[in-house]
Ligand binder design. Structure first.
Ligand code: SF4
Ligand code: SF4
Length: 223
């Protein structure tokens, strides 16, 4: 039936609505339907529980889960060499750092490294671009802060031992190797970026770590 647009009717009911289901007499009485609903609820009480009593019971996420980003601590210090790639890739500009130099073979480290957790969107881009596997997405999703200042995590709260991140590191290796084949096979020894100690002529054929060890052995043999 065409509507009279001059006199529009709010929520007009069409009496000829043919597909509307007609209620039976019992349904029209409501009581049997209420009892049916209660019987269904009662039956559900004996079904397996799918909800958790959070926060008393914590959910353990799988390795694929992207929780808050953390810095990998390897042999007591950060793997990060403060290259700044993660800060460049971070869409909401949540990461800031300042590089500093050391006398040891690693040469560079972040003097400070901060992530503003109010800005972080858990995208995982920092993890993807990091050439050192130095920043990874952890399983931690339970973040609480009382102020904006508290939401800025420094190295004290970002550094996590690599042993506690094993599942994620293993997952990344599998995922990246599947994607890039042998091109991505992160070697922990590559975390030394010494320019000072590098075999610049590439005559030895040794890896940097092996080269440093050989040099140390030579030096101690001379003593
Ligand atoms: S997960 Fe994304 S938003 Fe968070 S720090 Fe890393 S790059 Fe930035
Ligand atoms: S990309 Fe990795 S190594 Fe570079 S600054 Fe970020 S965490 Fe450190």
């Amino acid at each position: 039936m065409a509507q009279d647009l001059e006199k529009p009717v709010l929520n007009a009911l069409n009496k000829d609505y043919s597909t509307e289901r007609k209620l039976t007499v019992l349904e029209k009485m409501y009581l049997p339907e209420i009892l049916k609903g209660m019987a269904y609820s009662f039956k559900q009480m004996f079904q397996p529980t799918v909800t958790m009593q959070y926060p008393e019971v914590k959910w353990e996420p799988p390795a694929v889960f992207r929780g808050r980003p953390v810095l990998v601590k390897d042999n007591g210090r950060e793997r990060c060499v403060a290259c700044g790639l993660c800060a460049r890739a971070c869409p909401p500009l949540a990461i800031s750092m300042q590089a500093a130099e050391t006398d040891d073979a690693k040469e560079r480290f972040p003097d400070f490294f901060e992530i503003n957790m109010l800005r972080c969107i858990y995208c995982g881009f920092c993890e993807e671009v990091c050439p050192e596997e130095a920043i990874v997405m952890s399983k931690d999703y339970d973040l609480v802060f009382k102020s904006r200042e508290e939401a800025i995590y420094g190295k004290d709260r970002l550094l996590v031992d690599k042993e506690n991140l094993k599942e994620r590191l293993d997952f990344l290796r599998e995922y990246r190797n599947g994607q890039f084949g042998k091109f991505w096979d992160f070697q922990e020894e590559n975390n030394i970026h010494s320019v000072r100690n590098r075999d610049t002529k590439w005559e030895t054929g040794l890896s940097l770590v092996a080269l440093l060890e050989a040099k140390e052995a030579q030096a101690s043999a001379k003593k």
